[in-house]
Design a protein. Structure first.
Length: 366
């Protein structure tokens, strides 16, 4: 779900070696080389404050103001180029397990020199690079460098036990965040105060990032101006990031019973019960779609009924009727159902982990 991106990421992002030890990252780097030709000697991994899932996957580093670039050799220790100059290296050190930190200044020159030392390089997340940097890097790596971003994404969507623990912690924060919003709504507070109650709760629990949308009559929007008056029903969307991993949820807040919300919740429950490893995405999406007339589908679910989620808020594996993917053990999905009733539209959702033979509901809109 697209939301406004914070100007400055203020939540905690330090590397916790107990929760995610260095060995976890070493295993990921070993896996990185499997789809690569043996002649590839290193990889350039780009990350920005907005698009840094791949960078975080290999280094744990979250860029907060300026981009960062990891230089990962097939043999030897990686380097991390971080923004802010030499005086910011000390502040960046707690955010990563990587020991060699260098200033990001003139990144293209640094990559060129490293390529001369290392050999042929692959590129990861290069499409997120600013055009000028991408063109400069292209002069070193070639106009069409080996791009292994897709292969990395295929590995990232299957979560390890430690990653799953982070996702569960994020879902616990999502739970209390939505509960705080519901409590404020039931108390008759205005829409702005309701959403802020949730955001403040999430940050107090140590969320790194919080994204919210709210609306009435089926609309969803970020804050453009304060809304002081109560809104009932109030549709909210919340995404929280914990330990680098995202959890998101839709909730329809109302002080009165809603047949639309009950119907959406029932359809969602049926879809969750049907989800099994090996089930095609299009089959699961079809089960939901057959319960909703095309004219009754909420705009939030026009494109799909959810997607895999993790270090990226939106991973590329989507639950729609044209997807060629299947549910696999270790994946986490955000699943959603929305009904566009003229009187009281509603969107509800759940966070679901796919197990070896079943599924585990990590969070569901109550």
């Amino acid at each position: 779900m697209f939301t406004m991106h914070p100007t400055l990421l203020v939540g905690p992002a330090d590397w916790d070696a107990a929760a995610m030890p260095k060995a976890e990252f070493a295993d990921r780097i070993v896996t990185l080389w499997r789809p690569c030709d043996p002649g590839v000697a290193g990889a350039v991994v780009y990350g920005s404050p907005r698009h840094h899932a791949e960078l975080a996957y290999f280094t744990h580093f979250t860029p907060k103001l300026e981009p960062a670039i990891a230089l990962i050799p097939r043999a030897g220790e990686p380097r991390l180029l971080v923004g802010g100059g030499v005086n910011m290296l000390g502040a960046a050190k707690p955010l990563t397990w990587v020991d060699q930190l260098l200033p990001l200044r003139d990144a293209a020159t640094s990559i060129t020199q490293w390529a001369a030392e290392t050999g042929a390089l692959a590129l990861i997340n290069g499409d997120a690079m600013p055009l000028r940097l991408r063109e400069a890097v292209g002069k070193t790596l070639g106009a069409t460098p080996l791009d292994v971003t897709g292969a990395v994404a295929a590995t990232m969507h299957r979560k390890s036990m430690r990653e799953m623990a982070m996702v569960r912690a994020g879902c616990a924060t999502l739970e209390v965040t939505v509960a705080a919003m519901r409590q404020a709504h039931d108390a008759g507070q205005g829409a702005t105060d309701i959403v802020l109650a949730g955001e403040q709760t999430a940050y107090r629990r140590g969320a790194q990032d919080v994204r919210t949308l709210f609306g009435r009559d089926g609309r969803l929007m970020p804050f453009i101006a304060p809304v002081a008056e109560p809104v009932d029903p109030l549709q909210v969307y919340v995404a929280v990031r914990h330990g680098g991993y995202w959890a998101e949820g839709f909730a329809a807040l109302s002080r009165s019973a809603s047949s639309v919300r009950r119907r959406a919740s029932a359809i969602l429950a049926e879809a969750i019960a049907a989800a099994r490893p090996g089930m095609p995405h299009r089959e699961l999406a079809g089960l939901i779609a057959q319960e909703i007339a095309p004219s009754a589908r909420h705009f939030v679910t026009v494109r799909d009924f959810g997607h895999s989620i993790g270090l990226a808020l939106e991973e590329p594996y989507r639950l729609n009727e044209t997807s060629d993917g299947v549910l696999e053990p270790g994946e986490v999905y955000t699943m959603r159902v929305g009904l566009a009733d003229n009187g009281a539209p509603a969107v509800v959702s759940a966070m679901v982990a796919i197990g070896d033979g079943d599924q585990d509901v990590l969070w569901k809109e109550p």
